[in-house]
Design a protein around this ligand. Structure first.
Ligand code: DGJ
Length: 344
């Protein structure tokens, strides 16, 4: 190599290493959960995973949620507050400690070039949840798919061989022939899984067993909280009992949370009151339930996950995660300004 060649090579290496250093730089590690603050990922960007849920798989927590990017609009034909952002897709973040989250990318992207597609930006994609099927070895995502005016009321399903995508979208339908909006999925210890969704114009909550591959309803379902208008369901199991946290139906505005308990996932469900404790507990700390995640390796320790919606700037909606504790047989979700799963 001549002198000019060596100089160019040295410059390239310097430039490249500078670039690589910049790329590898990560944000300061997070030491605490601060409900309602802007939470950054390990690259220092705000975490964008709304209406989300967590899958724990092989020692890693994966957080999936709505990637709400861009302007929030209220369509000019709106007769109610159906504020929305264009569908961008479902994001995924991974973590070992539930504090520091690495962005894994958009694992189910919007489909921009097909107006008829469920995942077209002009539609609605909400509350994605992922479960792992031990039999098929597949990761299965269920989500709420809707038209911009929320009249489609369907559930969508996507599948992948890995937790970090890209998921293959299989389509949408009305499970058991009934409307499906706010929703979650729950995989039980025996391998059976269930789809839990607000139906009948959000008046009644359906719990529907899934087929062995988790891709369709198996045909057995129950109607719960009949005409009690529950949405934002989050289901967890503790000491052989099933618990469900949910909200009332007030659009993007907060209302009082409610906890219910059952001996069988299919019901009967018995309401046991509002578990939130502290200032603004009657408004769920200005947030709405989305998921309850067990802290692995810690006995009786769960995190209740809520969204604090900012209806006129949905991208800037925040996360309110709080410890859910079992005290003297009672379940409580006390407000904390700042806390860490480690300190409990
Ligand atoms: C409340 C639901 O829980 C949200 O996911 C969203 O669908 C809003 N309603 C829309 O108003």
């Amino acid at each position: 190599m001549n002198a000019i060649g060596s100089l160019m090579a040295a410059l390239t290496v310097t430039a490249l290493s500078g670039f690589m250093t910049a790329q590898a730089q990560t944000a300061e590690p997070e030491a605490a959960i601060v409900p309602g603050a802007v939470w950054n990922d390990t690259e220092g960007n705000p975490i964008n995973a709304h209406g989300g849920g967590i899958l724990y798989h092989d020692g890693t927590y994966y957080w999936y949620g709505e990637y709400k990017k861009g302007k929030t609009v209220l369509p000019e034909w709106a007769t109610w507050e159906c504020y929305r952002t264009d569908v961008t897709g479902v994001s995924c973040y991974s973590s070992q400690d539930l504090l520091n989250w690495k962005f894994e990318g958009i694992v189910l992207p919007a489909v921009k070039n097909d107006k008829e597609h469920d995942l077209h930006p002009g539609n609605v994609l909400e509350r994605p949840k992922v479960i792992y099927n031990r039999k098929t070895g597949k990761f299965v995502m269920w989500m709420h798919i809707d038209s911009a005016d929320y009249s489609k009321a369907c559930a969508g399903v996507a599948v992948c061989d890995t937790p970090t995508g890209e998921f293959e979208y299989l389509g949408s339908f009305r499970p058991n022939g009934a409307m499906s909006r706010d929703q979650t999925v729950f995989a039980d210890d025996d391998g059976r899984a269930y789809h839990i969704y607000s139906s009948e114009h959000n008046a009644t909550l359906y719990i529907s067993e899934l087929t062995d591959d988790y891709l369709r309803p198996a045909g057995r379902f129950t109607r719960n909280f009949i005409k009690r208008s529950r949405e934002a369901p989050a289901v967890f199991k503790h000491d052989g009992k099933y618990y469900m946290l949910s909200s009332g139906c007030t659009g993007w505005d907060p209302n009082q949370a409610e906890l219910a308990v059952a001996d069988s996932i299919m019901g009967e469900w018995r309401t046991i009151g509002n578990p939130c404790v502290g200032p603004d507990a009657d408004k769920t700390f200005f947030s709405q339930s989305t998921f309850v995640q067990k802290v692995m390796g810690k006995k009786d320790m769960y995190i209740a996950m809520f969204d604090r919606w900012n209806k006129t700037d949905l991208e800037d909606s925040r996360y309110v995660w709080l410890p859910l504790s079992f005290e003297d047989g009672e379940i409580r979700i006390p407000w904390r300004d700042k806390w860490s799963p480690d300190e409990l």
